[in-house]
Design a protein around this ligand. Structure first.
Ligand code: ZN
Length: 305
């Protein structure tokens, strides 16, 4: 038993330090880990969103006390429940289970309800749809939900679960609200047609949200593009994240700090010209619903004294 526990405790490190794997295609036929019906309204957070100082590395499905199923056949390689060590803080993931599938794909299920089924420790091989726990609210979680992660390459690459799970309905295009200027501690919202004074460069962000089928949904988008004064300034997607020199970055080589500032999508510390400037923004959600918005604003450049 001790040996197993030791193995379990070093596993996350192995996941990161393991050998290079060969690139293989994903197998078909994954299922949603919780009831797939109404998944469009239960899907509350998406992959690649800002979590203050890091990327959200999976999807969140609002759910309480529902069966959590393995998305495909595989081997349970790790599970951690608070009952394993009642004196230790269980950390952000709460009770969690990791499963290794064919083609080096890992799936992870967080915030599970207390009370591990004995089968999870005994049953190493598991079939698609087998129960691995129930949805709960353990760890850093505000409200019952399943946080679900798909990884590859021993955990060094994290993939948007929506890329491999059955499709989710979303007919609503993302919303693009104001531009946000952050000057010191002050925040100024800029809308199309506005004007402002500028004496130096400062961070400019934009409020973008993917609204879904349920009213009030505010989720991250799959790709963004910012055109500043007719030049593509930043273009990026949120399909997957890789660990490069200890920093998570996306396929475009951009890190969290390149993509977010104060929890909003970060355009940049922009240098404007005197007079009219334009920023055109394109946001695309996971179902390829697209929204474009152009802001034209007048900048009055003033000399710093
Ligand atoms: Zn989450």
């Amino acid at each position: 038993m001790k040996k197993i526990l030791l193995l379990l405790s070093i596993l996350p490190i192995c996941l990161v330090l393991g050998q290079e794997s060969t690139k293989q295609k994903f197998p078909d036929g994954f299922i949603w880990p919780v009831g797939g019906e109404n998944i469009e309204v239960k899907l509350s957070s998406l992959f690649g969103e800002s979590r203050g100082d890091h990327f959200h590395n999976g999807v969140d499905v609002s759910s309480d006390n529902e069966k959590v199923s393995s998305i495909e056949k595989g081997t349970i390689i790790y599970s951690h429940y608070s009952s394993d060590n009642p004196f230790e803080n269980e950390g952000g993931s709460g009770n969690s289970v990791w499963i290794l599938h064919d083609n080096d794909i890992l799936s992870a299920y967080y915030h599970l309800k207390d009370g591990r089924s004995p089968e999870i420790l005994e049953k190493r091989f598991i079939q698609k749809g087998d129960a691995i726990g129930k949805t709960g609210n353990t760890g850093h979680s505000s409200g019952s939900h399943l946080h679900f992660v798909i990884a590859k390459d021993q955990g060094r690459k994290i993939i948007d679960p929506l890329k491999i799970l059955p499709p989710v309905k979303d007919t609503k295009s993302p919303t693009i609200s104001s531009l946000i200027l952050t000057i010191g501690k002050n925040i100024t919202y800029v809308n199309d047609g506005d004007s402002f004074n500028s004496s130096s460069n400062f961070p400019i962000t934009v409020d973008i949200a993917d609204t879904g089928e349920r009213k009030g949904q505010r989720r991250g988008v799959k790709s963004i593009q910012f055109i500043v004064n007719n030049k593509v300034y930043k273009k990026s997607n949120f399909n997957e994240l890789s660990l490069v020199n200890s920093i998570w970055q996306n396929e475009d080589g951009l890190s969290f700090n390149d993509l977010f500032f104060e929890s909003h999508y970060y355009i940049g510390d922009l240098k404007f010209i005197s007079g009219d400037n334009t920023i055109s923004i394109t946001a695309v959600d996971f179902n390829n619903n697209k929204t474009e918005k152009t802001f034209t604003f007048y900048v009055n450049k003033i000399q710093k004294k």
